[in-house]
Design a protein around this ligand. Sequence first.
Ligand code: KG4
Ligand code: ZN
Length: 345
Amino acid sequence: RDQPLVLGIETSCDETGVGIVRGTSLLANAIASSMEEHARYGGVVPEVAARAHLEAMTPTIREAVAEAGIRLEDVDAIAVTSGPGLSGALMVGVGAAKALAVALGKPLYAVNHLVGHVGADVLRAEGEGDIELPTIALLVSGGHTSLLLVRDLVSDVELLGETIDDAAGEAFDKVARVLGLPYPGGPQIDRVAASGDPRAIRFPRGLSLPKDRERHRYDFSFSGLKTAVARWVEREQDAGREVPVADVAASFREAVVDVLLTKALAACADVGVPRLLLGGGVVANARVREVARERCAEQGVELRIPPLELCTDNGAMIAALGAQLVMAGREPSGLDFGADSTLPV
Ligand code: KG4
Ligand code: ZN
């Protein structure tokens, strides 16, 4: 079959995602999020996320099936995120996917969440052209900050670098807290930063010193930046000065965006691949998109940004990658795999 009907389940963090695709066509992308339940803790609480997945799973599957206008028994295969992510959260998705595969008698494919983000790109609208490989992929969310070299979606994905401490989205959330802005902080900082001066304060660019150029060339670090912002704000408060929130937000955002794109474009240049694909919730950031467009144009790099609902965690990207596996004639995963919170690409 060249156009398999695949249902994908994603539960690696706080989004319960169920997507349905036919080959590279998107039929449904149902999502339930427990984000509001985590707001008062200022970050995702694993236990709370796992329980929310359990409650949302059946309704979200039903919603996706209705949206796609299919019958559940018509799907050709099930795909599920088996990692990386929060262990308890992943287990809910893996358990549900196994139950569905057994009940329906359909093959089951375990897929990697990060590769799923790249797979989202095959679902773009007709006429926009297929993803050209190899490509560099920069995936930035509340849970990960990774730079990948993708030569083949189903068989050749290489991790070039990742964060050695906080994810970029996590840094946005933590700095927002320092500035007294609500969770999730990314969109708040983005909004406030619009009226600030990005050059007001020079915050550090993690792992960008000459000594980091060898071992940590493609790695990221945001915890030092977060601490630098917190210290700066504290000093102002201690001195009895009013904190220029917009300038701090803009300067912080600039530091994150600068380091993300400097490293991604260094990878493009080093590897000789003039293509960059973005994914993850932080891609919603206005400045990320702006700087990405500017610098890619300057360096002659083709930039691809999937629609935002396919950038944030979702089930459709998992279904899309599952369909790629089916179309490549890959063997299903069987039922013996588990959730792997640190699954490598
Ligand atoms: O991909 P996502 O929806 O979920 C995971 O974390 O896996 O990403 C959510 C993250 C949060 O940390 C949120 O603060 C950040 O993406 N985010 C943003 C923006 N919108 C969401 N960060 C910066 N600017 C934004 N506009
Ligand atoms: Zn993700």
